[in-house]
Design a protein around this ligand. Structure first.
Ligand SMILES: [Zn+2]
Ligand SMILES: [Zn+2]
Length: 303
């Protein structure tokens, strides 16, 4: 049952708009609306987009490709002579991480369309706050976004970097340069999970590769002969990948906790634990809930 509290602003007329502009009223709806366009760029009916700060993708991509290049020039040649099949999991994991990476970076996270009303005519600015009664009589409110001029759906939040309202907003990922929301959260978890497995695989196989060339019976000479040819690149791969794995795996544990509690990162920060449906239901919801279609961003659906 929805309970509405209304405090509707009267539409601005031309005189009011002129006053707002001339007085440079930064907090007015009118000036905010015109000064802060969305920072995301959309193609293919918004199926493909670049979020705010997308150029940071190249940095994270370089961080990802660096150990991969080290691995390819050093560990793979040693393995190929002894266990050629060990290259298959490496290639599979690499391709899976890349797919999830591009899917999360360049897909629509669930941007809610703005109230587009550019041109002449009155601006019907509805500043109502809608209260929604959830099960167990918990009250959640759909607040008004003064930038997008909409009543945000439940669990939606405005990303200041992309300047868009995003459905089930989790956070804005600076590494991926995109918001993480309802439509790309699963692929984001896919990156975090498979990146952890990938880094773990690089660490283990690089470490094993150090010992591959050792001849038996084991002598100090055979041991040092083997290490002479592997002394630099494999240890460097391990040294680079161990802290990366620690960070990514910690992030994965964080998100496993959040999924189990049925909360997003944004809700955890704001201490809003009201959408928890229980451990099993939360996981079923995460795993099997279909991805919703994209909102028609560029059609003036509010006209
Ligand atoms: Zn907004
Ligand atoms: Zn964002």
């Amino acid at each position: 049952m929805d309970k509405e509290t209304t405090s509707i602003l009267s539409p601005y007329n031309e005189e009011e708009k002129r006053i707002l502009i001339n007085t440079d009223c930064k907090n007015s709806f009118y000036s905010l609306y015109h000064e802060t366009p969305p920072r995301s760029k959309h193609w293919c009916h918004s199926h493909c987009l670049l979020g705010g700060g997308f150029y940071k993708n190249f940095f994270s991509m370089a961080l990802f490709f660096f150990p991969t290049v080290l691995y390819c020039i050093s560990t793979i040649p040693s393995f190929y002579r002894v266990y050629p099949m060990l290259i298959v999991p490496f290639l599979l994991l690499f391709i899976i991480v890349c797919i999830f990476y591009f899917k999360t970076c360049y897909s629509n996270p669930g941007i809610i369309p703005r109230k587009y009303r550019i041109g002449n005519g009155n601006y019907e600015l509805n500043n109502s706050k809608i209260n929604v009664i959830l099960p167990d009589n918990i009250v959640a409110s759909r607040k008004f976004c003064i930038t997008c001029l909409i009543n945000k759906p439940l669990r939606c939040s405005h990303c200041r970097i992309c300047n868009n309202c995003v459905e089930e907003f989790d956070h804005h990922c600076p590494w991926l340069g995109n918001c993480i929301g309802r439509r790309n959260y699963k692929s984001y978890i896919g990156i975090v999970f498979f990146c952890s497995v990938y880094l773990f695989y690089l660490i283990i196989t690089s470490f094993i590769s150090l010992f591959i060339g050792i001849q038996y019976p084991l002598t100090w000479t055979s041991f040092f002969d083997s290490w002479k040819s592997h002394w630099f690149v494999e240890p460097l791969t391990c040294i680079y990948c161990v802290p990366c794995f620690g960070l990514v795996f910690t992030l994965l544990l964080f998100h496993i906790y959040q999924i189990s509690r049925g909360i997003t990162t944004n809700e955890r920060i704001k201490k809003r634990y009201i959408y928890n449906q229980g451990f099993i239901k939360n996981w079923i919801k995460f795993l099997f809930r279909p991805i919703p279609p994209i909102y028609p961003l560029f059609k003036n659906i509010f006209k």
